[in-house]
Design a binder for this molecule. Structure first.
Ligand code: IMP
Ligand code: MG
Length: 331
């Protein structure tokens, strides 16, 4: 803080929603800017209730946080309005006037495209919507009467906020291995998902960013097609307690053990200054709900230290359960 980028280390679903919700409450964030589009779901647990957010920033659980959708983001109007109501954030939600709009036709184009089927897209139509933006024929938020109450210049808001010393979090979506430029092309999403791109979408210059917090999960998962180094079978994943289904589409997630080499490389390319390690309790069940590092079993401590040594990045936050406050904060 004051300006931190949250970036996913692998193929998304690292638990960014949980980390952001913790930071929102604990650090009392002033602004949270969501990037990307509706294909990404960020899961937030609050008082035993689960929210799978596709549009509203994950920091919504801190009631004083201003919630923004970035200029470079892509907005699904129906889903946004639904989530604004569900999370009751009407008065503090802002959408940048230049954010682009995803329409029903894009979803149809996505679902009927043989290429996209082969990639295993989420089917929301984000690829076709971004194509349209690149063609300069997309609708922007400022063209939509329904969005009028939310329209803002989020870039000015955030930069003025930084001038005033406010705490700003830039919420990346998906993971670095899904980056259009740096991921496992063509099995990637339709944008760069890296830290620099997150700043760019939000309209924040690189020199204004204080920290890049890379979010690792204790094992790796991937939905859709494409390479996953060290992939294990679904049966093995169930045995290890790693089997998950996607928060957004409900599809099975494939899984693999933590890859230190990939973790190191992605920390480097994203300029990570801090790391979070989520779901440590899935690897070491005795860690469940632990709030202090000293209370972890020796093998779990060893794993955390190995992540730090081999990536060169301090692990400042450790996830030990689904609720926002199930966390070890070592800052
Ligand atoms: P698209 O982003 O819907 O075009 O899908 C392209 C690829 O990215 C597919 O393999 C999707 O499963 C994957 N993908 C997109 N968004 C997410 C996400 O939020 N979490 C995990 N995988 C995602
Ligand atoms: Mg997700």
């Amino acid at each position: 803080m004051p300006c931190t980028i949250i970036v996913g280390a692998f193929w998304g679903d690292e638990g960014k929603g949980k980390i952001i919700s913790y930071l929102a409450l604990n650090d009392e964030l002033d602004f949270c800017v969501r990037t990307g589009s509706v294909n990404a779901a960020h899961t937030v647990w609050l008082n035993g209730k689960k929210y799978a957010l596709h549009m509203v920033p994950a920091a919504f659980i801190y009631e004083k946080c201003r919630l923004l959708i970035a200029a470079g983001a892509n907005v699904h109007i129906g889903r946004l309005l639904e989530e604004v109501e569900l999370t009751n954030v009407n008065g503090r939600m802002g959408i940048d006037q230049n954010a682009s709009i995803i329409e029903e036709k894009h979803s149809l184009q996505d679902k009927t495209s043989a290429v996209n089927k082969g990639i295993g897209t989420t089917g929301w139509g984000v690829g076709p919507a971004i194509e349209e933006r690149a063609r300069r024929t997309a609708k922007l938020a400022k063209d939509i009467p329904e969005l009028k109450p939310f329209l803002t210049d989020s870039v000015a808001e955030v930069n003025d906020g930084l001038d005033a010393g406010k705490k700003v979090l830039l919420e990346g979506t998906q993971g670095f291995m899904l980056s259009l430029f740096h991921g496992t092309y063509p099995y990637v999403t339709s944008r760069d998902t890296g830290a620099s791109a997150i700043a760019s979408e939000a309209g924040v210059g690189p020199t204004r960013v204080d920290d890049v917090l890379i979010v690792y999960k204790s094992f790796m998962t991937r939905v859709g097609a494409g390479p996953l180094p060290g992939e294990i079978t679904k049966e093995e994943a169930k045995k290890r307690g790693w089997f998950e289904t996607a928060a957004g589409t409900g599809r099975d997630r494939r899984s693999a053990p933590f890859n230190f080499e990939l973790a190191r490389k992605n920390a480097e390319i994203n300029g990570a200054t801090q790391a979070a390690l989520t779901k440590l309790d899935c690897m070491f069940p005795e860690c469940r709900s632990a709030r202090k590092f000293v209370n972890l079993p020796a093998d779990a401590k060893h794993f955390v230290k190995e992540v730090e040594e081999r990536t060169g990045v301090p692990v400042v936050l450790i996830g030990t359960g689904p609720e926002a406050l199930d966390i070890i904060d070592r800052r």
